[in-house]
Design a protein around this ligand. Structure first.
Ligand SMILES: [Fe+2]
Length: 293
């Protein structure tokens, strides 16, 4: 099936965003650092510099960026706040503690959040996000990716948060949709009860690859083609993702399904928000631009 892709431009930014309340505020790629000493040693410091190449290693600035974007989401009174992965830079316990502190400081009800981990959240080990959900992120667990096929039913919209993160060397940045997760996802979408409302899959990686095959081997989601197939077969299913660090839209032509990517909170001017917003119109999810204020 034909697909079209576009990258959002400045023209898509809200000109009149004070006039309406977005249904969903979408943040991504926060890349929080530790605000107090955690891991140490030359090996860790080297890996941290490698994965954070091109970004200032300033823990306070990264917290400020996240808080600024969350405060914007609170002020716009978004009904749901999605953060689509790379919550932390290395997935250490102290970085997740820092995330919990900023989420708390935002003043947003934890039950409004949907959280999934990204490849950066699994660089320390493959259990870090799960540990965090049992500890500093426990209050946000209800809306977080945990088990394959998990549904976060928010009444008018149903989220399916996917964990496609995998522990790997810092030289790779891919994701994996394993067979069990893909089968569980398909079973959920086939459920007639779900078809009555907009269904939103949240994953860190886009379900399609970009660039040369060798780059896709390093950076893409393995198994993502199964999600693309589901978008063609099931009505009114959408994907919200991050990873690309820019706003993108891929429309599955002939359907009402879209794949939306959000810009990275960690990039751009510190004093500017980078929240992508969406409306539900007649039950269909539509992007309303980037909340840049
Ligand atoms: Fe990222």
């Amino acid at each position: 099936m034909e697909q079209t892709t576009s990258t959002e431009t400045q023209h898509a930014q809200h000109a009149q965003h004070a006039q309406h309340t977005p249904h969903i505020a979408h943040l991504s790629d926060v890349h929080l650092l530790e605000s107090r000493p955690g891991w140490s040693g030359a090996g860790y410091a080297f890996q941290l510099r490698f994965v954070s190449f091109g970004r200032r290693l300033d823990a306070d600035e990264r917290r400020e960026r996240l808080l600024r974007n969350l405060v914007a989401a609170r002020k716009m009174d978004a009904k749901h706040v999605v953060i689509s992965g790379d919550l932390t830079e290395m997935g250490t316990d102290v970085q997740f503690e820092s995330l919990g502190e900023v989420l708390d400081a935002s003043g947003i009800d934890p039950d409004r959040f949907v959280l999934v981990p990204g490849n950066h959240d699994a660089y320390s080990d493959g259990e870090a996000f799960r540990r965090a959900l049992a500890g500093p992120l426990a209050r946000w667990k209800a809306g977080a990716a945990t088990t394959p096929g998990k549904i976060v039913d928010r009444g008018d919209v149903c989220f399916l948060p996917l964990d496609v993160s995998v522990h790997q060397a810092v030289t790779r940045s891919g994701g994996v949709l394993d067979g069990a997760s893909a089968a569980a996802l398909e079973a959920r979408l086939a459920d007639p009860a779900l078809r009555r409302k907009a269904t939103i899959v949240v994953a860190h990686h886009p379900p399609y690859g970009e660039g040369p095959k060798v780059w896709q081997w390093i950076d893409a989601m393995r198994g993502g083609e199964r999600i693309m197939s589901l978008l063609e077969r099931f009505e009114n299913v959408h994907v919200l993702h991050g990873h690309l660090h820019r706003a993108t839209t891929r429309t599955i032509v002939g359907t009402r399904s879209n794949v939306f990517g959000a810009p990275a909170v960690v990039e751009g001017p510190v004093d500017q928000t980078r929240v992508r917003t969406y409306e539900l119109r007649s039950g269909v999810l539509e992007s309303t631009g980037i909340w840049a204020a």
